[in-house]
Design a protein around this ligand. Structure first.
Ligand code: PMP
Length: 389
């Protein structure tokens, strides 16, 4: 069984990596440690003190169909979407989950009829997020079954299509590709935030999944949320979370709420925040810099190539730019057939294309790791790239 979860970092950490060229660089996982430095700069603004008497009850809001949803977290989510303009929240039900990973499973549970003769087909256009097939098939459910690349799916039967936009691993902006009639769409919008891509429209799909992991960088808090149009679907998703974990950590929701509120506060520039760099602007600049570094390294030779992205205006920042994804979908050109093994020889760990339903010619590289690690990667890649000119 392949590992879905992050393995612990080596004990010697990444801080010392800048000169340690004999060490492996771990860019095979999307661990968003890039954001640590921003949150350090914010000092105590996001500090939350919780006492022993707090978060005792299982329940957060018995009036809400999602009874374990902290009202402060729901408010912060709505406030942030209204600020950024990336998704409609009016008339949507919010369901909170232990990461969007749990919500993804909750959505499948909610959307698949319990007594169908055959498991529902789940598809996603290739290259797809490598965890989808692992999550879907790990329990060999009678409700659903992974059927791979959506662009090859032509059966006349009900299906669920996962639409990830911007896409993990290749950063493409996506729409559904299957044109069958019995399809239900689940939109995974983990990366639809203005540091990664222009916010060109306010998404209003039936089921939209978001996560703090890729929005604020707090993957370790394990909080995601779903915006769900249909009340019955939201109810069934809530039921799944009730059955699988009797709700979602209140402490984590409170921390997430605090962090999302601080982001919104930095944009309102209240007295307390008037010297703070607004969060998405920081993230945008950092991603832009990392993509410039990467494109420059790749352009030193003919060994590698990268995808290009369409340029659009961002309604949030007013800037016009091309997507600068959290991952690079790097292609090894010429004689190199297995890009992952090739880079591993240079002590750069990436995730190979076959895990995403694509070819060995490609690898996915995380751009959101610690700066020291990323800089070391760029140095090594420039060297490999220029050796071939
Ligand atoms: N969807 C996509 C497309 C992702 O890239 C990730 C994180 N790698 C997730 C979902 C899972 O996020 P979470 O940490 O909230 O479970």
């Amino acid at each position: 069984v392949k590992n879905v979860f992050p393995e612990p970092k080596p004990a010697n950490g990444v801080q010392n990596l800048s000169r340690a060229t004999d060490q492996y660089i771990h860019l095979d996982r999307g661990d968003p440690t890039m954001y640590e430095i921003y949150w350090k700069q914010m000092g105590d603004k996001t500090t939350l003190v919780l006492s022993g008497w707090q978060s005792i009850s299982y329940f957060s809001d018995t009036e809400n169909q999602c009874w374990f949803l902290e009202p402060g977290f729901a408010n912060a989510v709505t406030r942030l979407h209204n600020l950024v303009g990336n998704a409609q929240t009016r008339d949507y039900h919010i369901v909170v989950g232990t990461g969007s990973t749990q919500l993804f499973q909750a959505a499948l549970y909610a959307l698949c009829p319990p007594n169908a003769p055959e498991p529902m087909s789940i598809v996603c256009a290739s290259p797809f997020y490598s965890s989808y097939p692992l999550i879907i098939d790990c329990l060999k459910s009678g409700l659903y079954k992974w059927k791979g690349d959506a662009s090859k799916f032509n059966k006349d039967e009900p299906y669920i299509e996962l639409v990830t936009s911007p896409n993990n691993p290749d950063g493409s902006i996506r729409r559904a590709v299957v044109n069958g009639s019995g399809g239900i769409l689940v939109h995974d919008l983990a990366y639809y935030w203005p540091q990664y891509t222009p916010i060109s429209f306010q998404a209003d799909h039936d089921i939209m999944l978001f996560t703090v992991s890729k929005c604020t960088g707090h993957a370790g808090i394990r909080i995601g949320w779903a915006l769900v149009k249909d009340k019955e679907v939201a109810k069934k998703m809530t039921k799944f979370i009730e059955i699988s974990s009797i709700g979602v950590s209140k402490d984590s929701q409170l921390r997430a709420a605090k962090i999302l509120d601080v982001i919104a506060d930095t944009y309102e520039q209240t007295q307390k925040f008037d010297k703070a760099t607004p969060f998405f602007h920081y993230g945008f600049n950092e991603m832009a810099k990392r993509w410039r570094q990467l494109r420059s390294a790749v352009s030193k030779g003919q060994t590698f190539s990268l995808p290009d992205f369409p340029v659009e205006k961002c309604n949030f920042s007013g800037q016009t730019f091309g997507t600068q994804p959290a991952f690079a979908w790097l292609k090894c050109e010429k004689a190199v057939d297995d890009c992952e093994s090739f880079l591993r020889k240079h002590k750069i760990l990436t995730r190979g294309g076959t895990q995403f339903g694509s070819s060995k010619k490609y690898v996915r590289i995380s751009l959101i790791s610690h700066k020291e690690e990323y800089d070391e990667f760029i140095q090594r890649l420039s060297l490999i790239s220029s050796m071939d000119t």
